[in-house]
Design a protein around this ligand. Structure first.
Ligand SMILES: [Zn+2]
Ligand SMILES: [Zn+2]
Length: 244
């Protein structure tokens, strides 16, 4: 077994009947990760060293800031800010003594390079990626080994496009070649159906705004635009591609 199976959470997410069970799981994974970095882990010196060296992507820093845990975030960020101040000391000093022309250009490049190099990693993206791989792997393994799961999955709404692609990729690690090709075929069929359903739901939604359809039934399409948007991009996406 290449990765630890997550059978119960994957089954629970599938039963929720959303547009993508992996999105359901990743929303929970993101919330858990934000809580983790604002929980007792902030007292762990190792976590704070990681926060200094790896950091958080802008999206996850935003979630940390919005989580209303001022004390925890202050503890976590105190040394991160200090570290930044010392990293930027040299390029800032270059700017402070710059001369017109090339010297000024050099100082600005030094500052922008130092800031850009800081935006590479994210502890929360890494944690989410580790979970994403296990969830996608579990979907493929359960499809091959649990008849009931296969039926439930194949009659579900499929996945968002982002997670659909990841599931197909990771299936190479979960299934032998002969099973994998069947899995890829079945999942593609499922995804085609899921996309067509979303497409006709959005289509019906647009019809509902026409006066001739006043009083007609929404047919469950009240939130079709939201479902369509997230079908395309997925929820709780891992922001930092370099963390994959
Ligand atoms: Zn998804
Ligand atoms: Zn992130």
């Amino acid at each position: 077994m290449k990765y630890e199976l997550q059978t119960i959470p994957v089954w629970d997410a599938l039963r929720k009947g959303s547009e993508c069970p992996i999105c359901t799981l990743m929303e929970a994974a993101e919330a858990d990760s934000v809580n983790f970095y604002l929980g007792s882990s902030v007292m762990n010196p190792e976590t704070r060293v990681q926060a200094n060296t790896i950091g958080f992507c802008p999206h996850h820093m935003d979630l940390l800031a919005q989580a209303r845990k001022p004390q925890s975030l202050a503890v976590m960020l105190r040394s991160v800010v200090d570290e930044q101040v010392s990293r930027l000391a040299k390029p800032f000093a270059m700017a402070a003594s710059a001369k017109p022309g090339h010297s000024c250009d050099k100082a600005v490049s030094a500052i922008t390079d130092a800031i850009a190099s800081e935006e590479k990693g994210c502890l929360i993206c890494r944690r989410m990626e580790a979970r994403l791989v296990r969830y996608c792997y579990t979907v493929a393994v359960l499809w091959a080994t649990d008849e009931e799961f296969r039926k439930a999955l194949e009659s579900s709404r499929g996945f968002c496009l982002n997670h659909f692609a990841r599931i197909l990729q990771i299936s190479s690690e979960a299934l032998p070649a002969r099973d994998r090709v069947q899995f890829v075929m079945n999942m593609t069929e499922l995804e085609t159906r899921g996309l067509k359903d979303v497409s006709s739901d959005v289509q019906w939604m647009t019809q509902m705004y026409k006066s001739e359809n006043e009083g007609a039934s929404w047919n469950g399409c009240e939130d079709a635009q939201i479902r369509a948007a997230y079908k395309l991009i997925g929820k709780a996406r891992i922001q930092n591609e370099s963390d994959k």
